[in-house]
Each structure stands twice: as structure tokens, then as C-alpha cells.
Design a protein around this ligand. Sequence first.
Ligand code: AMP
Length: 314
Amino acid sequence: MSLLVVGSVAYDSVKTPAGSRETSLGGSATYFSIAASYFSQVSLVAVIGDDFMPEHVELLESHSVDVSGLERRNGKTFRWSGVYSTEDLNQRETLDTQLNVFAEFSPELTEEQRATEYLFLANIEPRLQTQVLEQMSPRPKLVALDSMNFWIDGSRSDLDAIVAAVDLIFMDEGEARAFAGEENLAQAAKRIHAVGPKIVVIKRGEHGVLVSNSGDLFALPAFILDRVVDPTGAGDSFAGGFMGMLAATGDLSTRGIRRAAVLGSVIGSFTVQDFSADRLAALSHDEITDRFAAFEKLTTFAGLDDGGPLPRGQ
Ligand code: AMP
């Protein structure tokens, strides 16, 4: 089964406590596509400028990403720059967002793309996300959405419309709180369910992820790493691993959703170990399998039945 993604392909400049990188490959759809490619066939719909380097198209192609929907236009590629707090890597400040060629982008899907069974509307202007969803026919088995504070603050009514139309939403915890107007995450998830999505996935950075599947809660820590180099793209890579698994297995049961969340976390944990998509793009299936096993070991504990009845103090 195949997976279609529309989102940003970008050049990022980031500063983290581990160092900085100027004009490196980034973008929500870039991280997503490479991550999902480890499990599923992916088609990418996005726009790039005439400054986009051929080696970066080749990198996507080397992961068998279908780049026929990657439109090249005169002008500059989308640019984003951000800086991470030295005290808390979960905190980042956007310094600059330049839409560039995205300002004029108007995605037109091919017949084949319209019929894709799994759709991921990665972080991009909500109006474009709606434009893509409206072209899908028949409606995909699963439509998922990601967004960012930039759009929550700047395009709220467009964002509300697309949130109401999707099955699954990924948000980071700050965004979920801002969108729902609610500090408590369980309550925030409920409010987001009330807008539309049956599945609400709240990404919590180094604190892991909370999935609310029609109210059934699943919480997972982040994989414990000795060192994080650059958190950029962790959320998109998480979504890529998650959606790649769903598209590959077709398993939308509670179990399938939970396992997809684990695989998403595994993939995201690699992304943050280097700048840009450097580590993400160099993965092998063995590395993914080994980290999955290490993650299982980290998070598994015996049920109460294994150790006899619960002791009573008196
Ligand atoms: P993440 O760290 O998973 O939130 O993803 C960061 C990526 O999103 C970066 O590579 C940026 O290029 C991209 N990005 C940042 N701001 C926006 C935006 N407003 N719209 C679309 N993509 C963005």
C-alpha cells in the first residue's frame, strides 16, 4: 500500500548546544519521506527553488521516494532557521521562516496520486493541506495531519477546517495545548477529538509521546540517548516511521497504532543523533530492528500476575 505526503522541502539553518549548521537539507516532507521509506513506498508532493541541489533530489531517490511530484520553480527554496535552548532541547525558537517558492505553490495531483490509500499532510500552509485533501478520490483509508505553532498563530481558521477533516493528527505538546486552549494533555486530546480526529498523537520531545486513540491512551517514553545533536525533524521522522508502518501493514487496530508509535519513536531517535537528515538517511534495517529490541527492553516490565498478588502493607 502506498503513502502520499505533501509538505515542505527546505533548507534549514539551526543552532543547537552541539553546534550549528547553515543551509542544510530539511523540511517536514523531507524527513517524513526518508523515514517512511524504510517501511513503505512514498510519493512526495512539494516545491523546490532553482537553488535546490541535485544531490538532495538524488538522496530522496536513493530511498526510492517517488519525486515526480516535486515541482521545481524559479526562486528560492523554503527556508527556516531556529535555535534550541541550551537548558532544554525541547525548547526552540524560530528565528526566520521564508516561504519563498511555497508562497505560489498550488499542488495538482495526478490520477495515481489522488487514489493513494494513506495521506500525510505534513507541516505546511493549512490552505494547501485542504487543497490536497479535496483532490483525493476516493477518500484515503487514513488521512493524517501535522502542523506547527506558526500556522496555529497565523492561520487559525484555515487550520481548524483541515483539523476537522482528518482522521489522525500529530501535534507537539506545546501546539496541542495552544490549539486546544487547555494545559492538561489528556483534556487537550479530548478537545482535539471533539474537533474531528479520532487519533490524536501528542509528541513530547525527550518525554516521548502520548497517543489517544478515540480516548484509549498509550504513553511511551523517548528512547534514551547519550547525546542529542539536533532535534530538528524528530517529529516529522516520527510521523514518517508511524505512517510508513501503517501504510505497509494496513493495521489500524489499537495494537497496530501502538506498534506504529514505537517504530516512529525508534526512527525519530536516530534523526536527533546528527544534524539535518544525515543519520536518518544512513539507516539500515538491522539498526532499526536492534533499536526496536533495545526500546522494548527499556520499556517492558512484568505484569502483576507474574509476581503473585499485590503485597498489602497491613
Ligand atoms: P520538526 O523538528 O519535526 O518540527 O520539523 C522541522 C522541519 O520543519 C524543518 O526542517 C523546517 O524546514 C520545517 N518547517 C519549519 N517551519 C515550517 C513551516 N512553518 N511550514 C512548513 N515547514 C516548516
